[in-house]
Design a protein around this ligand. Structure first.
Ligand code: AVJ
Length: 315
């Protein structure tokens, strides 16, 4: 695990345009900071998707076209705190559907929290947590032969480039059966004055979230990053529809990382690219789905049309 982290870091920091993988944001500290992000006034994504799940619960359930007499698996990729899914689980359970809920997450900590909270709020729903990364779990999905509904919410797909997203959905489709479903939550392309503040909040929580990556390297990889010598620098280009986060080196400096045995140099103003948050529209999605086995069945949006949940059918 540590070796992987060190290897990924070395690879990213050795490039002429430095990068670090966004999946390493989520240690315990990062999980907590992300919960704070979801509660920030600027971070509209969570509230918009929650509005869809709250006001269109029955329509969402109907779109699954599940059979009440046939058991199915409801698999959630990157389950997080599960507050949106709870609306769905409650409705499915009330309506008498037969299913297990299988949350998949890379954070053991969030899986445990989620299971405790569901035991409390929805004791009748059977929860089977799966610890691992999305890619790892694709294979294990295939082991069961029951119908499947996969949830990939919260604009989590936004962290993937279009090529990676397309490959991922192709792989996911290959591990599903005809008429299985995928409910995909995507943030929609809109103007910079709405998107950028969501990644550049007044209170500096997103700054801490981004800087936490350096803190993690200090504690887990024996690095000596000076956390005050880097700034959080997000960008958004509406034509492209992609928000990008960077850590900017405030001065010329060198950093040693014990786990890689190397020293890395940073120029004043040099940026480390840490994350992309891709925004969608129907055309972007159509291109990503082109080589996959999925097609769009329905689209659910919030009142402001900021966010969309697409229900995709495995052809
Ligand atoms: C968890 C990937 C949906 O990109 O909006 C929030 C992560 N990064 N603020 C996003 C994030 C900075 C978030 N996702």
């Amino acid at each position: 695990m540590i070796e992987q982290f060190a290897e990924n870091v070395d690879l990213g920091l050795s490039k002429s345009e430095k990068t670090l993988p966004s999946k390493y944001f989520y240690d315990k500290n990062g999980d907590e900071l992300f919960i704070e992000i979801m509660n920030m006034p600027e971070y509209y994504l969570t509230r918009c998707e929650m509005e869809i799940f709250t006001t269109q619960t029955d329509e969402l359930v109907d779109s699954f076209r599940a059979d009440k007499n046939e058991y199915f698996e409801l698999i959630e990729l990157g389950a997080g705190d599960g507050s949106k899914t709870r609306k769905l689980l409650a409705a499915l359970s009330d309506k008498g559907y037969q299913f297990d809920y299988l949350p998949v997450d890379i954070s053991q900590n969030s899986l445990e929290q989620l299971q405790l909270s569901l035991q409390h709020h929805l004791p009748l729903v059977s929860v089977v947590p799966k610890h691992g990364d999305y890619f790892e779990m694709l294979g294990s999905v295939k082991d069961s032969h029951h119908p499947k509904i996969v949830l990939f919410l919260g604009s989590n797909i936004g962290n993937m480039t279009d090529t990676v997203a397309s490959d991922f959905l192709y792989q996911l489709g290959a591990n599903l059966s005809k008429n299985d479903k995928l409910l995909l939550g995507t943030d929609l392309i809109k103007s910079e004055d709405i998107v950028l503040p969501a990644y550049n909040d007044e209170s500096g929580i997103t700054h801490s979230f981004n800087i936490n990556l350096l803190h993690r390297m200090n504690t887990e990889l024996g690095a000596n990053f000076d956390l005050d010598a880097f700034s959080h620098a997000p960008e958004y280009n509406e034509d492209e529809g992609i928000a990008k986060s960077y850590l900017l080196s405030n001065k010329e400096q060198s950093v040693k990382i014990a786990a890689t045995g190397k020293t890395y140099h940073f120029r004043a103003g040099e940026k480390i690219h840490t994350e992309i948050s891709r925004k969608y529209d129907d055309d972007v999605l159509a291109k990503i789905l082109a080589k996959t086995d999925f097609s769009v069945n329905s689209k659910f949006t919030d009142q402001k049309n900021y966010f969309a949940n697409y229900l995709l059918n495995r052809n």
